[in-house]
Design a protein around this ligand. Sequence first.
Ligand code: HEC
Length: 151
Amino acid sequence: MRLWRRAFMLGTALLAQPALCAAPVFEGDPANKVAVDKVCTRCHKNGMFLSTPRSWIRWTDVFRTMSARGATGTDAELDRVVTFFLENLTIISVNASPDNELGPVLGASDAVVEAILRRREKQPFRNFDELAAFPGLDRATLERRRGRILF
Ligand code: HEC
């Protein structure tokens, strides 16, 4: 039960889920991927989920289903699983997703996420270039994650 509860605590957003290809190289702390392989490959291969980015609400559904099937881990492992899925496999909507999704997907600090929230309230981001020009965001990171950033 723990895994999906933690995921839900991070918040959810209703989004469309276009089919996209996952980036072949995984980002973030390599220990996060190790935790995913430990928690999520006892019953099936990681190919079951590594090539299908989804919105966060869809992932929390998967976590809940897998928990019901018996997926478990320590709190530290589950935190790593959540971080891995956010950084690598989550699709966001720049003008609608909550801060806890924007931060990890955009690779943005809390201060930059705050600034994004303020900006989008006044004037929604219209396209990728507008976002990439926003102070504090790294264009190269955004380019790698471009397929998961919707407007
Ligand atoms: C206790 C066994 C078990 C563990 C551990 C487990 N799963 Fe599953 N998973 C299953 C079973 C059973 C299915 C259904 C198999 C099938 O459809 O062939 C499944 C199917 C899936 C699917 C396909 C269904 C869908 O909604 O698209 C995904 C994605 C998935 N698992 C992700 C995960 C993730 C992510 C983790 C780690 C958090 C995980 N699984 C851990 C048992 C498990």
